[in-house]
Design a binder for this molecule. Structure first.
Ligand SMILES: *Cc1c(COP(=O)(O)O)cnc(C)c1O
Length: 368
């Protein structure tokens, strides 16, 4: 399986040169507006709002959905801490929901048990680019009257049942931090069909200036989470390459998983039927003793992965949350047993073949 070449990097330099020629411009310049129009068109949604990070996108989106002190928000334990930090900043309470090991999707029975009169929203997190079943999500949210704020930071390019990740809920939030498929160094954006949500987010990212239509100027304190123009330029260029970047990632993932088909104790985690997965990270179920130690060992041998390199643990087991509820066992089981290999567009066939050789050799030798 041959990888396609890295798509047109020349575009990056060209776009950056255009924006540098417009700087300095205290009003922010035209790059952000252009990026937002292009994002809305590329994802087929009415509104896109660009911000400084994926965390900032979640913060603005939750604020725009009216989440505030005393509100409870359902969030999978199977996520990174960045999904949850904005809830704390808004004075809301995360309520951790378990996930189903066989599908990686939310455990909706557990979610239903955790709904109270204070529950306002649910944040499905499309970890590793897998998006869960959009119909079940929509039915659950509608039954309980919840806003859906998707954490689609890793899911650009995934669709399921023809629906794009990040366009299923009230708002979809994306990160453009290096390491995501659509990258700009740092950055993020949100997508929504609701004009009021987009207007709130636009004010929220810039100290409520200007205030949204119909609201008094400076009537709220907000944040500075504007996207810097040079990063908007990089994002614009990468957005033009997005289809090729997603195709490249899919091919890299297929290549690595194909090379590991015979590796002992490792079983590829296939996407759902009717899911067109972006291939964000090659995913393998580790059927070996002490699987977490195996992932850490691979990280030490130069194979970067979610648990071994980045110490990803269920969010509900982090020290600031451990006084709550029963631990989410499905999420722990998934993280303990999943090898999720971190890729970038720079990973060539040589790199992938080296990863595969290391993984196969270490799996065959693993006894601890
Ligand atoms: C990267 C990421 C975030 C946070 O994005 P930042 O740009 O780093 O703030 C949130 N959720 C998930 C699932 C992520 O992968």
């Amino acid at each position: 399986m041959t990888l396609p070449p890295i798509p047109d990097t020349q575009l990056l330099a060209e776009q950056l040169a255009v924006v540098l020629g417009q700087m300095p411009d205290p009003s922010g310049g035209p790059a952000t507006g252009q990026l937002e129009r292009d994002l809305a068109e590329a994802f087929g949604v009415p509104h896109a709002v660009a911000v400084a990070s994926g965390t900032a996108a979640l913060h603005a989106a939750l604020s725009a959905c009216g989440i505030g002190p005393g509100d409870e928000v359902l969030v999978p334990a199977l996520t990174v801490v960045m999904t949850v930090a904005p809830l704390d900043a808004l004075g809301a309470t995360p309520v951790f929901v378990d996930s189903v090991p066989a599908t990686l999707d939310l455990d909706y029975d557990d979610a239903a048990r955790k709904v109270t009169s204070r529950t306002r929203a649910i944040i499905p997190v499309h970890l590793w680019g897998r998006m869960g079943d959009p119909a079940t999500l929509a039915a659950f949210a509608s039954e309980h009257g919840l806003a859906i704020i998707e954490d689609a930071a890793q899911a650009a390019g995934t669709t399921r049942d023809g629906q794009r990740a990040g366009t299923v809920g009230t708002v979809g939030c994306f990160s453009m931090k290096d390491g995501k498929i659509l990258w700009s160094g740092e950055g993020g954006f949100l997508l929504t069909a609701r004009r009021d949500v987009a207007e709130h987010a636009t004010a929220f990212r810039s100290h409520w200036q200007p205030a949204p239509p119909g609201e008094a100027p400076l009537s709220r304190l907000a944040t500075n989470s504007r996207l810097a123009p040079p990063l908007a330029a990089i994002a614009l260029a990468n957005l033009r390459r997005l289809a090729s970047l997603v195709e490249l990632r899919r091919t890299q993932t297929r290549h690595l998983l194909h090379a590991l088909e015979q590796a002992p104790g490792l079983i590829a985690l296939a996407p759902a039927t009717r899911e067109k997965w972006n291939g964000f990270a090659p995913l393998l179920h580790i059927d070996l003793p002490n699987p977490r130690a195996f992932a850490e060992h691979l990280a030490q041998q130069g194979v970067p992965n979610s648990t071994g390199s980045f110490q990803l643990v269920p969010c509900d087991t982090r020290p600031m949350f451990t006084d709550r509820d029963q631990p989410c066992r499905g999420a722990a089981q998934i993280l303990d047993h999943t090898l999720a290999i971190s890729l970038t567009e720079r990973d060539t066939e040589t790199t992938l073949d080296r990863y595969a050789a290391t993984i196969a050799k270490e799996a065959a030798a693993w006894t601890t």
